[in-house]
Design a protein around this ligand. Structure first.
Ligand code: SF4
Length: 379
């Protein structure tokens, strides 16, 4: 594992070898599709290996997925389902059970299909849509039930001391991830670190970041992308998932992202779980619902998002925002116009809606290049 963890920062991370090694260690694999609001600390406390379903493939996957689940599901959910059907993402076949939530349409429909067709148990978690006191109490109760379901399906008792240990180590990772921005890591390099952090176990990711950036030897070589004089661009909205070519395209077109306002991005690191709360379930519910999930909650999700992004525009000295929407993602699509109109009064905003088709390359290139010229003119 040590050689995998220390893979050089400019080389693709060997996810396949990583999962194979976990499998050889005899770990059970649990698939996790839902974004950002499932306390992974609880799942990892059961001793299983979490396989986040964040590996996408070509457009063909989305078409295949669309033949089995509704075409009104987002292109990401269809792509993940298509990835299972094509069977090219080899480590998916080790998954024995799947977490299913009501986070969004894509999660519920996609995971229902996979559990049924691949005969895997679904471990359900209900996530509230509001952040009132009663919503917090509801989520608190749901997390206790979730723990019970994990124990039943995985046949592994979950010890409270282990939950606390997991909370502490995940908090440590969040702290280390925050330091990447201070080092000036940006662009595809920054994106790859966030993608790895979404997949690796937290202690391994901390060791990886230590080896790449924080050990004495690493400090002699400054981050490869830190000296760029390109305008400071924020990517907001849907994240760029692993294997998606979009991150490289943006870099090629001159858009170097300095802040990813996405859940596989800066937002992974900007909350923490209270380690001294005597009730671990309350601590997890509060952290994930009241800090991490604010922009999914109704009413006023857009107000919260605009407030947060505006503040980041100031602190990260952002010159322009690319608002990224994956086709049929309801969360993102609903507020696109309002986001552009309101934030556009302060900083240029480019609104891009896309799927995994490569045929859009020319169109996106023209729009991104024109946007960068506009931003440069005003920077
Ligand atoms: S891209 Fe949007 S609709 Fe699709 S799974 Fe993610 S949040 Fe849900």
């Amino acid at each position: 594992m040590e050689s995998i963890i220390s893979t050089p920062k400019d080389e693709p991370f060997p996810y396949k070898a990583y999962f194979l090694e976990k499998k050889e260690d005899g770990k059970k694999f649990v698939g996790l599709f839902a974004h950002e609001m499932v306390p992974v600390e609880l799942i990892r406390a059961s001793g299983v290996h979490v396989v986040p379903l964040v590996f996408v493939g070509p457009e063909e996957y989305s078409s295949t997925g669309g033949s089995f689940i509704t075409h009104s599901a987002c292109s990401f959910a269809r792509n993940i389902v298509g990835g299972f059907i094509h069977g090219d993402i080899s480590f998916y076949k080790y998954i024995e059970s799947i977490i299913r939530t009501n986070y969004c349409n894509g999660d519920f429909i996609g995971m229902e299909y996979l559990c049924r067709e691949y005969n895997m148990p679904c471990i359900d978690l209900s996530i509230p849509m509001k952040t009132q006191g009663y919503s917090l109490a509801f989520f608190h109760e749901q997390l206790k039930r979730f723990k019970q379901k994990l124990e039943d399906v995985l046949a592994a008792p979950i010890d409270e001391a282990e939950i606390r240990r997991q909370i502490s180590i995940h908090n440590n990772l969040r702290q280390v991830l925050r330091r990447l921005l201070d080092l000036g890591i940006r662009g595809a390099e920054l994106l790859h670190r966030y993608q790895e952090a979404a997949v690796l176990e937290p202690a391994e990711m901390i060791a990886r970041l230590d080896c790449l950036y924080f050990q004495e030897a690493a400090q002699h070589s400054p981050p490869s992308s830190s000296s760029s004089s390109n305008p400071r661009i924020m990517l907001s909205g849907d994240p760029i998932f692993i294997n998606d070519f979009f991150g490289d395209w943006l870099e090629e077109f001159g858009a170097t992202i300095v802040y990813y306002d996405t859940w596989i991005g800066g937002r992974m690191a900007e909350f923490s779980i209270d380690e001294v709360d005597p009730d671990v379930y309350h601590a997890l519910a509060k952290g994930y619902l009241m800090e991490q999930g604010l922009e999914r909650s109704v009413p006023a999700a857009m107000e919260k998002r605009i407030k947060r992004v505006s503040s980041k525009v100031g602190t990260q000295k952002i010159d322009g925002i690319i608002n990224h929407t994956l086709k049929f993602c309801d969360f993102q699509a609903i507020g696109r116009t309002e986001f552009k109109d309101r934030l556009g009064q302060h900083v240029p905003v480019l609104d891009i809606e896309r799927d995994y088709a490569q045929s859009n390359l020319g169109n996106i290139k023209t729009r991104v290049e024109a946007f960068i010229e506009l931003v440069k003119g005003g920077a």
